[in-house]
Ligand binder design. Structure first.
Ligand code: DX5
Ligand code: ZN
Length: 228
């Protein structure tokens, strides 16, 4: 399993570009800048049209992309019954398997199974799901990801209330001694990233703030500096 926490007690400035915003007609070029940049993880959004009102890409694309980088893959499953796919996500070589709290009836078991498969377990909360739903498992997870938009689409407006939610999650983590990193997904850009940093975030997913920009490599650098 990869080491996620490398700065002791200090907050991290992990940048995870979200491939959802890429130009799929030229994945080769998108992966080329990603590999050359200071980006830390590659965030991969899988949607099933059931858990979220959209469909993105599946294993044929993931397998292709996985071969094109040595950086850790953060696989965000916006699907029902994500536990069914633990072996397939492991076979991709994913470092982090990211499941929604709302999609897992037996979340504790799913986290155990992700660990047994040799991956880090990330649990994601939709905007309407309270932080308190994680109280019983906070010490078992490696990453808690807060959706800062409603999942399903890129380039949506950041939900301001998320800043309070990050603070409450940070409090829960320090009270319990959990080692979980805090990740955020949705509407992360040069304006929201510093606010999220001050609230206590460690890892930043960014799609439309990076892809399609004239120089994504320097956009990553800029974001990374802003949240240092
Ligand atoms: C949304 C996805 C996000 C999305 C973020 O459901 O989980 O990862 O790509 O896109 P931006 O950064 O454009 O809000
Ligand atoms: Zn995502």
């Amino acid at each position: 399993m990869i080491e996620l926490r490398t700065q002791g007690d200090r907050q991290h400035n992990i940048i995870a570009p979200s491939l959802l915003a890429a130009n799929f007609a030229n994945l080769q070029a998108e992966m080329e800048w990603f590999n050359r940049s200071e980006a830390d993880w590659l965030h991969l959004d899988v949607m099933d049209g059931v858990f979220v009102p959209n469909i993105s890409f599946g294993f044929p694309v993931l397998e292709y992309v996985a071969k094109m980088t040595t950086k850790p893959l953060d696989v965000h499953l916006m699907i029902v019954q994500p536990e069914k796919f633990i072996p397939q996500v492991r076979d991709l070589g994913a470092a982090i398997m990211n499941v929604h709290q709302e999609a897992c009836i037996h979340l504790h078991r799913t986290i155990q199974q992700i660990h047994e498969a040799g991956m880090r377990a990330a649990v994601t909360l939709n905007p309407a799901t309270p932080v308190s739903t994680l109280e019983e498992i906070i010490c078992d997870v490696d990453v808690v990801m807060l959706m800062t938009v409603n999942p399903g689409f890129g380039a949506q407006k950041f939900i301001e209330h998320s800043l309070d939610k990050v603070r409450r999650l940070r409090q829960l983590i320090s009270q319990t001694g959990s080692k979980a990193l805090i990740e955020v997904d949705g509407g992360v850009n040069r304006t929201t990233a510093p606010l999220l940093r001050d609230a206590g975030v460690d890892a930043y997913v960014a799609g439309s703030a990076l892809y399609g920009k004239p120089d994504p490599v320097s956009e990553v650098h800029e974001l990374k500096c802003l949240v240092r």
